[in-house]
Design a protein around this ligand. Structure first.
Ligand code: NI
Length: 387
């Protein structure tokens, strides 16, 4: 069994990198200084195949193993932060007002750098490892853009792996499951077009507010009466706008929201039936609707072989009982989904302990988790590509 001891050595250095990144958060594709930091570190480890500027600020670096010919596997970290005012009160808090690493991508980047340093030194694997550092995970689908720019083909990547920290899972433990691990994310806008008028004479109007209210309830009925109770569907109406006065029935009402699903069939159903249901209800009362539906991110679906490898690698590191291989899918989403559409592989949750939740102003990545994340990457490479 591998253990985390060898990675403790790296820990002090990686902790410094992590805190440096935490102090200097950057958003979306504008992660210029972060990318520069990453590229300089990679070069300092003696890695000579480093390509920058992929998807604007993304990086892919290749480390060849010394264990003979073999396939190339991709390991992915995200580099971007969030537009949140930090309230962690840590000495290494963000130095950029209104931006913070509230999703732990500073930790993800630092861990992949730590693994890169170790792997570049030991090279105890066959084939090669492609280190993928992506921008714009939170907003902008940087992962999709890197796939569109052909990284899988160009670097000959045959399998791809991701890791995300998870508050609520103990430090030193991992969680994963075969199949869906995160949901698909869609958004919709519905405009209900009625006929406005005086609020004291509703019979002379077609009141889009009352019709909109029925549509909202109708959408919940799609979940409760038309979806298999064992298959997940979330429809949340989150935005409403109508008249600005007490005595006016408006011409139209706009309602918007989000849809989360774990199965393509349920996603198709939601897209079709949100429109049908809204239209049917509106027309029944003499109004009309306009609907816009956008599919934003696909489901993040772990492949069986990749999941088995990930479980094996994590268990070598921390033991069987510290790896839950049947975690429930979550209804959030991840743009690593696009990489898993392009190549087989898996994403794993890394325990971050009992910290504040992701995207919370009080959140901070747990530096005690660094050694487990680095250890996981190394174990994964040596398990997937045995020398
Ligand atoms: Ni994240």
């Amino acid at each position: 069994m591998l253990n985390v001891e060898p990675f403790r050595e790296l820990e002090a250095e990686v902790t410094e990198w992590r805190r440096h990144l935490h102090q200097h958060p950057e958003l979306d594709y504008r992660v210029h200084n972060t990318a520069k930091f990453v590229a300089e570190k990679l070069a300092s480890f003696g890695i000579n195949h480093i390509e920058t500027g992929i998807a604007e600020t993304g990086i892919v670096a290749l480390i060849q193993g010394e264990g003979g010919d073999g396939p190339t596997i991709g390991l992915r970290a995200d580099m971007d932060a969030l537009p949140i005012v930090e309230a962690s009160n840590k000495p290494w808090s963000s130095q950029v007002p209104g931006k913070m690493h509230a999703c732990g991508h500073d930790g993800h980047t630092a861990m992949l750098l730590g693994a890169a340093k170790h792997l570049a030194k030991t090279r105890n694997f066959k084939g090669a490892v492609a280190l993928i550092f992506q921008p714009a995970e939170e907003d902008g689908r940087g992962g999709q853009k890197m796939v569109q720019e052909g990284i899988m083909e160009r670097f000959g990547i045959s399998q791809v792996f991701g890791m995300h920290n998870s508050p609520g899972i103990e430090i030193g433990k991992f969680g994963i499951a075969d199949g869906p691990i995160l949901a698909a994310l869609d958004e919709f806008d519905i405009v209900v077009k009625g006929r406005g008028g005086h609020a004291a004479q509703p019979h002379r109007t077609i009141d889009p507010v009352v019709i909109g209210a029925q549509i909202i309830m109708g959408l919940q009925t799609l979940v409760s009466r038309y979806t298999d109770p064992t298959e997940s569907l979330v429809i949340s109406v989150t935005k409403l706008s109508a008249a600005q006065a007490y005595n006016i029935i408006p011409e139209q009402v706009e309602l918007s929201g989000t849809v989360r699903t774990l199965l393509p069939s349920v996603r198709d159903f939601a897209e079709q039936h949100i429109l049908l249901s809204a239209k049917g209800i509106a027309q029944g009362f003499g109004a009309d609707v306009e609907l816009k539906y956008r599919r934003l991110e696909p489901m993040t679906i772990n492949h069986t072989e990749g999941t088995d490898l990930a479980v094996k690698a994590a268990r070598k590191l921390v033991g069987a009982n510290s790896v839950d291989d049947k975690v429930k899918p979550r209804m959030g989403s991840e743009d690593f989904a696009y990489m898993l559409q392009a190549r087989p592989g898996a994403m794993i949750w890394l325990g971050n302990g009992s910290t504040a939740g992701l995207h919370n102003p009080a959140y901070d990545f747990s530096d005690e988790a660094l050694r487990y994340g680095i250890g996981y990457w190394v174990s994964l490479v040596e398990t997937a590509l045995p020398a």
